[in-house]
Design a protein around this ligand. Structure first.
Ligand code: NAP
Length: 462
């Protein structure tokens, strides 16, 4: 009786903490608190579950705990920040596998006594759990370069994939009506595992973060279904939170890229690089670190626009040094944050926070855009698509309609990148050919270091 009461109280507290955690995670200043509170909620949920009277053996739980920690701890410690998307995919894979296995064991433990409702939620749990398991493993493989990251497409692919899913759902529906036909259950599990793989095959590696957010949502729904099957309120709440937040995140990402869900899931984006075309004929203005430093010296306001290249070069610490130096010299330095800069949501926030750039210097796109016309310099560091003015006016462009950072409106635009290679969308950027744009060719970290040397050298010499 006391145990049952304790479980309910800890579950209610955990559910409240999960909600607070999500709320606080949505802003950089409160994100750390959000993580701590989420961890506390999870601890309460686990402790509450451990006093459950139906627990048969603590030894096996201990074995699971040791095994899980042996995998989870190194993952958390050694996985670099730039590998967070694949790390997240791997966590989803484990969570979804757990849901699928619990569903399977529930089915075989209670075959013959299952109501239609329980069988329906078990089927949902197993289909979503297993397809998310293999789908997340594939997403991990694509991001980690273990399987080819380009989209693999063939004629009739969507029909094949959707027919497979329809078959799994059809058998599950048959099982709801005839739960005793246990020989059909492995077919549901097997088809779901196969569907997960085939779902990811036509999606390019760079679209994986959006797909991972969507898989997160499926894993959440699977956990919520498990909650119904096990009559566990906390699983229902946590699964619903997970399912809805994952879904909302993928909607936000699709909107910020001006792409539809169907385009991400079935579009084969990134399959063929769009020709850079006439780009080679047009000329750009390259500049040296000395020239760039001279302009920065004279500037009173600088907006730094970080992008994927800053993450690749791991240039955030050098950028921080540059920020410190310019700020000490009285320059107003701000960072413009595009919602899909980089390759995962919050990518730039995470990197800049890692380098201890003050949060109040990180300004979101809608707020910073009106400031570009007043800025002396827009310093673009490894960002490309999120600055491409074609998104505003070129109806033929694949990124037409995507909201961008208005860097082209600044008095001087400096772009640090290694070459004229395109970014994620595979298209040329007209920003580079503008009269007031200076191309600073080089690796972001190396170039930022050279700028620092020039700036400090100028100061020493002056
Ligand atoms: P981007 O358009 O992909 O461009 C990145 C640029 O960085 C490249 O043009 C590359 O040019 C440069 N670069 C790479 N390594 C570099 C290095 N070591 N030093 C300097 N520059 C380097 O990046 P973005 O402007 O951040 O835009 C993000 C894109 O990803 C958008 O199209 C977005 O829709 C997409 N996306 C984002 C997310 C997300 O959640 N954030 C998810 C999926 C897709 P060089 O090779 O010439 O150096």
């Amino acid at each position: 009786m006391i145990a049952a009461y304790f479980i309910q109280v800890s579950y209610i507290a955990a559910a409240g903490l999960f909600i607070l955690s999500l709320r606080w995670l949505s802003h950089p200043t409160t994100a750390r608190r959000g993580v701590r509170v989420g961890e506390l909620g999870m601890l309460l949920a686990i402790v509450g579950t451990l006093v459950h009277r139906e627990i048969v053996s603590y030894q096996w739980i201990l074995v699971g705990f040791v095994l899980g920690s042996a995998i989870g701890l190194p993952l958390a410690v050694f996985m670099p920040m730039t590998h967070v998307p694949q790390r997240t995919a791997l966590s989803h894979a484990f969570g979804a596998l757990a849901a699928g296995l619990v569903g399977t064991s529930e089915y075989y433990l209670h075959t013959g006594q299952l109501t239609a409702f329980t069988m329906a939620v078990l089927s949902l749990e197993v289909i979503l759990g297993y397809m998310t398991f293999t789908g997340s493993l594939m997403a991990f493989g694509k991001l980690q370069g273990l399987v080819p990251s380009r989209p693999i497409v063939y004629k009739g692919q969507n029909v094949v994939n959707l027919s497979l899913l329809a078959l799994a759902v059809g058998i599950a529906v048959y099982l709801v009506v005839n739960p005793g036909r246990s020989e059909l259950f492995p077919a549901v599990a097997g088809l779901s595992l196969l569907f997960g793989v085939l779902l990811i095959v036509p999606i390019g590696g760079a679209d994986m973060p959006t797909v991972i957010a969507l898989l997160n949502s499926y894993a959440g729904l699977s956990a919520a279904a498990m909650g119904f099957a096990l009559d566990n309120n906390l699983l229902i709440v946590a699964g619903a939170l997970d399912g809805s937040s994952g879904f909302i995140l993928s909607v936000i990402m699709c909107r910020a890229m001006n792409r539809s869900f169907t385009n991400v899931l079935f579009g084969g984006f990134g399959q063929v690089q769009v020709a850079v075309g006439a780009a080679e004929q047009r000329s750009v203005r390259g500049a040296t670190p000395e020239e760039a430093a001279a302009i920065l010296e004279a500037a009173s306001s600088v907006i730094v626009v970080p992008g994927y290249g800053m993450a690749v070069a791991q240039a955030q610490h050098k950028v921080r040094e540059l920020y410190d130096l310019l700020t000490r010299r009285g320059v107003d330095v701000k960072f413009a944050i595009h919602p899909v800069a980089g390759r995962m949501p919050g990518h730039m926030n995470v990197l800049l926070a890692e380098a201890d750039i003050p949060y109040d210097r990180l300004i979101e796109m809608e707020e910073i855009n009106p400031e570009f016309p007043r800025a002396d310099v827009a310093l673009v560091i490894g960002a490309n698509d999120v600055t491409n003015p074609a998104a505003r006016h070129d109806k033929t462009s694949p990124i037409y309609g995507m909201p961008i950072l208005d860097v082209d409106k600044a008095r001087t635009v400096m772009v640090i990148k290694r070459s004229m290679s395109p970014g994620f969308a595979g298209i040329d950027n007209e920003l580079y050919y503008m009269d007031r744009t200076m191309m600073l060719f080089g690796d972001a970290k190396v170039f930022a270091g050279e700028l620092m040397k020039e700036l400090t050298g100028t100061r020493v010499g002056s």
